[in-house]
Design a protein around this ligand. Structure first.
Ligand SMILES: [Zn+2]
Length: 100
């Protein structure tokens, strides 16, 4: 097999050219529901807008939207899909969906 220079992002296994591999992309964006905080006053909003102006716009962009990509081998892809959020089995919403 010819090495492709790619590695599984999780287990670091080298992935050869033509090997089965999976690209996992994760898009995280701010979920703005259209309403401002109920207790927010206009003055607060104005100072908030001013503080945004001063912020590093790249940092602000990351806060609002972030896209990540990982190459995974078939085994790590399977594990990822079993528990994408890395929840512990005893936590609510764990991937197996069982209620204890
Ligand atoms: Zn892997």
């Amino acid at each position: 097999m010819k090495p492709s220079g790619a590695f599984c992002a999780a287990c670091k296994m080298p992935l050869g050219q033509g090997d089965l591999k999976f690209l996992v992309t994760i898009n995280v964006m701010a979920d703005f529901d259209g309403s401002l905080p109920a207790n927010g006053r206009i003055e607060d909003l104005e100072s908030f807008m001013r503080s945004i102006d001063k912020e590093d716009s790249k940092q602000l962009e990351r806060d609002v939207y972030q896209s990540l990509g990982y190459i995974l081998c078939p085994e790590c892809k399977r594990k990822f899909l079993e528990n994408p959020l890395g929840l512990r089995p005893d936590e609510e919403g764990a991937a197996d969906g069982k209620v204890h």
